[in-house]
Design a protein around this ligand. Structure first.
Ligand code: 5RP
Length: 230
């Protein structure tokens, strides 16, 4: 079955995870684009959305969904129960590699403001070990060579993402050559995030997903953190 059809199914399934009358946290990427389109069919049931990228903000607005700043959400005290986002890879502990679209830092920030992280993926994203997808690392531009050297010492092969700047004007190093076992992900995230000049890395292990909706040709598999994705 075509990957896009599976992404669409995962996006639709996420609607059942939402809490009416609340603000929805919205990630970034092609799967999230489809989620935004699905959300638009129910936009009157939600207060609005907090977005993790310019791309998502534009799509939300184009679909007539009210976009709130994170500061507005925090000041309002409105309920923020669910954040929905895709992933580049997800492991059996629901730890993820994210940032294929370069929005990893804003995604981590917005996700942190919501109670539950609902990850929507097609089955190709489910991996026993993370790292086949090069790990994105968001870096302050002047620090890129220093950060690259440190990433090599951690066993990685960093490559500067060509001609790319994040929504906040930073650079992204994509780090190949890592094989990240589930029990090692949290430690590696902390190590990389502690390198001077790193804004954040695309490992979401300290705060994994709470729920993953995996679209398979035979249907949606719903896995909670603590279960196994098999
Ligand atoms: C963007 C992300 C995306 O969630 C990730 O890249 C998955 O994207 P897609 O849904 O297009 O496969 O982390 O920064």
């Amino acid at each position: 079955m075509e990957q896009n059809v599976l992404k669409q199914r995962a996006a639709l399934a996420a609607l059942d995870e939402l809490v009416e009358g609340s603000v929805v946290g919205v990630g970034s990427g092609s799967t999230v684009d489809l989620f935004i389109d699905a959300l638009a069919t129910r936009r009157d049931r939600f207060v609005g959305a907090v977005s993790s990228s310019r791309r998502s903000t534009e799509r939300l607005r184009a679909q007539g969904i009210h976009v709130m700043d994170l500061s507005e959400l925090i000041a309002s005290g409105l309920p923020a129960p669910v954040y929905v986002d895709g992933a580049d890879e997800i492991d059996p502990w629901l730890q993820m590699i994210k940032g294929g679209g370069g929005a990893l830092t804003r995604e981590k920030i917005v996700a942190a403001a919501f109670e539950r992280f609902v990850c929507i993926v097609d089955a190709s994203k489910v991996k026993p070990v993370l790292g086949a997808f090069a790990l994105p690392v968001d870096v302050i531009p002047m620090a890129a060579p220093l950060v690259a050297r440190e990433l090599v010492s951690l066993g990685g092969f960093p490559k500067l993402r060509d001609g790319f700047a994040t929504d906040d004007g930073n650079l992204v190093l994509d780090v190949g050559g890592l094989q990240i076992q589930p029990e090692a992900a949290r430690g590696l995230e902390a190590k990389i995030d502690a390198i001077a000049g790193v804004v954040t890395c695309g490992l979401f292990a300290a705060r994994p997903a709470d729920v993953v909706l995996i679209a398979r040709p035979e249907g949606i598999e719903r896995v909670l953190v603590g279960d196994s994705t098999g």
